[in-house]
Design a protein around this ligand. Structure first.
Ligand SMILES: Cc1ncc(COP(=O)(O)O)c(C=O)c1O
Length: 453
C-alpha cells in the first residue's frame, strides 16, 4: 500500500466511520491507528508497526490471531456454506458446537440458544426468565423483575442496559429502561458500606438478601458477572461471594443468570468463572471468546427445567418468539469448534497457570507506583486503578483523561490497550508468551510513570 493510499484511508475513516464508545470530536483530531494484520498476540498497522494486543481485541481473542487451526476451519466451512438460517432448520456446525458447549458447561445446563453478541445473549436470558414465569404452570406470574448489581455491565441493548449499573454508560437512557432492583456489588477497594474484607463478612450480600426477602415474589432473576465485573473496572469479587449469591437465588426461588461474556473461555484461569466456586447458574450467557475472538457468535445456555417451560402445543403460544438473522451462523460455529479443540489439543488452560503466575509477578512493582491505588488480577484479567491520592483514594479529575493518556503513551511503546476510565486494563489472549507478558507489563509500567510522574 502506498503512503497516498494510507492517507486516503485515514481521511475516509474520519469521514465515514462512527466509532463505538468514542467521542468523535477528539478522534477526528488524532491520527487514527488502522490495523491491517495480526499474527499471534501481535497487531500490525498499515505502516507495518507491531503492537502487543494487550486487551485481546476487546477481550475476545483466545489463542492469538491467525491461528492455523481456526483459519483452516473457517476456510473449510466456506467451502461448504457460509450461512443458512437456524429458524426451523439446522446446520452441522451449530449442532456439533452445541453438543461441545453442553459437555464443558457446568453440569445442569442442557440447551443452547444461539445469537451473535454478548448483549443479545443477555437479552435472551432476561426474556427467557421473564417468559418462563408468565407461561409455565409451575412458574409465578408475579415474577417480572430483575436484580441488577452496581457497576454491572451486560451490554448496550435496552434490556441489557436495564440491568446494568454503570452510570456513565447507562444514566442517559434511564427513561427507556424497565425497572429493576439495584443491589450493591462488592468493590472492596471502595466499599459502599465502609467495611474491609474479610472482616465485613460480605455485608453486600445482606443487601442482596434484603431485596430478595422483601421482593422475592416479584423477581424472576438476578444477573451477575461471575467472579469479575469487567467493564465496571475489573472488580474482582471476594472468594465465596458467587457461591453465596447462588445459595440466595435458590433460597428465594430466583433464577441466577451468569453473564460469562467477558470471563468465559479461560480468562479467569478456568473455562468458565462459575467453576471456581462450583456454581451452576440457571442461565449462562456466552459470547466474546466463544469463537476464539474471530467472528460474532453468542450463546445462552439454560437448564432443562427452563427449556421445558417453553414446550407446548403451537396454539398455546409458549414458543420463545426470539431469533436473530445470523443465529447459529455456520462459519462462526465451525471456528468455535476449532477453538475448543485447540483448548484440548494444546492444553491451553494447563499452560495458562504458569502465565497467570508470571503475570502476577510482573505486576508486583506496579503497587509501589505513586498513583496506583490498586492492582486487581483474576486469571489473565487485570485492572490497575490509578488515583490522584493513594492515601485518600481520591480519583484524578475525569477531564484529565489520565487513563486515556496512559494508553496513548503505551501505543508509543508498542502496546495496544484500552482503559475503563482511570483503570488500565490488561487482558491479553491466553496464547500470550511469558516474553510478551514481560514486554506488555514493562510498557504499561513505563507509560503510567511517564503520565503520572
Ligand atoms: C460482561 C459483559 N456482558 C456483555 C457484554 C456485551 O457484549 P457485546 O459487546 O458483544 O454486546 C460485555 C462486553 O464487554 C461484557 O463485558
Amino acid at each position: 500500500m502506498t503512503s497516498k493510499d494510507r492517507k486516503k484511508l485515514e481521511i475516509d475513516d474520519k469521514k465515514y466511520v462512527w466509532h463505538p464508545f468514542t467521542q468523535m470530536r477528539g478522534y477526528e483530531k488524532e491520527t487514527p491507528l488502522i490495523i491491517e494484520e495480526g499474527e499471534g498476540c501481535l497487531l500490525r498497522d498499515m505502516e507495518g508497526n507491531s503492537y502487543i494486543d494487550g486487551v485481546s481485541s476487546l477481550w475476545t481473542n483466545v489463542h492469538g490471531h491467525r491461528k492455523k487451526k481456526l483459519d483452516d476451519a473457517l476456510k473449510e466451512q466456506l467451502g461448504k456454506i457460509a450461512h443458512s438460517t437456524l429458524l426451523g432448520l439446522s446446520n452441522i456446525p451449530a449442532i456439533r458446537l452445541a453438543k461441545k458447549l453442553i459437555a464443558i458447561a457446568p453440569a445442569g445446563l442442557t440447551k443452547v440458544f444461539y445469537s451473535d453478541n454478548g448483549s443479545t445473549a443477555n437479552e435472551i436470558a432476561l426474556k427467557m426468565a421473564f417468559q418462563y414465569h408468565q407461561q409455565c404452570p409451575w412458574g409465578k406470574r408475579s415474577k417480572k423483575k430483575f436484580i441488577r448489581l452496581s457497576n454491572a455491565y451486560h451490554g448496550d441493548t435496552i434490556g441489557s442496559v436495564s440491568v446494568g449499573g454503570i452510570d456513565l454508560f447507562h444514566s442517559m437512557y434511564k427513561d427507556l429502561l424497565f425497572p429493576s432492583f439495584k443491589a450493591e456489588a462488592p468493590y472492596c477497594y471502595r466499599c459502599t458500606f465502609g467495611k474491609t474484607h474479610p472482616a465485613c463478612g460480605l455485608e453486600c450480600l445482606t443487601h442482596v438478601e434484603g431485596i430478595m426477602k422483601a421482593h422475592g415474589q416479584e423477581i424472576a432473576a438476578l444477573v451477575i458477572e461471575p467472579l469479575v465485573q469487567g467493564a465496571g473496572g475489573i472488580l474482582v469479587q471476594p472468594p465465596g461471594y458467587l457461591k453465596r449469591v447462588r445459595e440466595l437465588c435458590t433460597r428465594y426461588n430466583i433464577f441466577m443468570i451468569a453473564d460469562e461474556v467477558a470471563v468465559g473461555f479461560g480468562k479467569t484461569g478456568k473455562m468458565f468463572a462459575c467453576e471456581h466456586e462450583g456454581v451452576v447458574p440457571d442461565i449462562m450467557a456466552l459470547a466474546k471468546g466463544i469463537a476464539g475472538g474471530y467472528l460474532p457468535l453468542a450463546a445462552t445456555l439454560v437448564t432443562q427445567e427452563i427449556y421445558e417451560g417453553f414446550l407446548g402445543e403451537f396454539e398455546e403460544f409458549k414458543t420463545f418468539f426470539h431469533g436473530h438473522t445470523f443465529t447459529g451462523n455456520p462459519l462462526a460455529c465451525a471456528v468455535a469448534i476449532a477453538s475448543l479443540e485447540v483448548f484440548e489439543e494444546e492444553r491451553t488452560l494447563d499452560k495458562l497457570k504458569a502465565k497467570i503466575a508470571h503475570l502476577a509477578k510482573r505486576l508486583k512493582p506496579f503497587a509501589s507506583l505513586e498513583h496506583v491505588g490498586e492492582v486487581r488480577q483474576c486469571g489473565i484479567m487485570v485492572g490497575i486503578e490509578l488515583v490522584y491520592n493513594r492515601e485518600t483514594k481520591q480519583p484524578f479529575p475525569p477531564e484529565k483523561r489520565t487513563g486515556h493518556r496512559v494508553i496513548m503513551e503505551a501505543r508509543k511503546r508498542g502496546v495496544i490497550i484500552r482503559p475503563l476510565g482511570d483503570v488500565i486494563v490488561l487482558m491479553p489472549p491466553l496464547g500470550i508468551s511469558k516474553k510478551e507478558i514481560d514486554l506488555l507489563c514493562q510498557a504499561v509500567y513505563d507509560s503510567i510513570r511517564t503520565v503520572t510522574g
